[in-house]
Design a protein around this ligand. Sequence first.
Ligand SMILES: [Zn+2]
Length: 376
Amino acid sequence: MKAPRLIGAEIFRHSSYGRWHPLRVPRVSTVMDLSRAMGWLPPAQFITAPRAKPKALLAWHTADYIAALQRVEATQEATPHDTQRHDIGTVTNPVYPEIFRRPATAAGGSLLAGELLREGGIIYNPPGGTHHGMPDRANGFCYLNDPVLAMLSLRRNGVQRIAYVDIDAHHCDGVAAGFHGDPQCLMISVHEEGLWPRTGLLEDTAGGAGLNLPVPRGLNDTEMAYIRDRLILPQVEAFRPDAVVLLCGADGVEEDPLAHLCLSNNAHWAVTKALMGIAPRMLVLGGGGYNPWSVGRLWTGVWATLNGHDIPDRLPPEAQAVLRALRFEGNRRGKNPPEHWFTTLRDAPRPGPVRSDITDRVAELSRKAARLRLDH
Ligand SMILES: [Zn+2]
């Protein structure tokens, strides 16, 4: 099989949603820099994300909305109509210099991934993962929805059965809207209960296409391993997908400022590794993650996992320099970052008891999945 490929772009290096926004921190550039410092990203495995043409975005988004994003980028001003109709120019979804180009680049990578995966293989698009975007409005820091565009691109390239697994701390409401009731799609979302957008309840099957597992605060590595082995893997294997799409948001780790889960990055890497090889195609996307050190280390480790690279206990000086140069202004976690955020990729494991909330809900979803399969 062809070596995995990583899609990135320089636009993410200096782009910020504004001084006080969680997306003021660099993320994708850290993955590119760290991977290169480790010798893990030779030019042959790197693809520069093309910026999606407005027309390509119409595969899911409305023309009116795409035109609004382009106009707002040009004028740097949202009209009252943009805000009311498209949620552009709010505290959550602010006007910023690359408000069209940045999401269009993430989407361009995901659309390209759908084409390249026609032939099979593994593609990693860490700029992608904007799973809250809606057809005609911005939602939860997401202006477009590149996971939906990636899955539609896979479909256009002959790939029918898609297993979409989302381990971001937030529910994938945009993807659920895009593939509601799709019999050729299996959507599994594991997310923190009660967290915005508060959708994705245990009872919600996305019209028969989805399994939602809301998890309590404090989710630990042992619990995620239980969910992986008892829910995610058996369901994805039974579905016999032509492609697996993994949204590997990095906001489920303990030191993330937005969510309240307590995973270590080992949990994300283990899910990534377990999903490899189930289908002839795999697309891994980024997603949330708002601590610049956690997200850079976690997503670089995902790339190492996809390539089968050993992650050293201590990073070489060039890689440490990438992490030491990061800043986290306006957050207490940026004041005295612990030394291991600079010197390692791998967190210490965070094991714990598997609570009955988890075992009960996994059992309930397994029963539900068996009924859904009979319906198809
Ligand atoms: Zn998230």
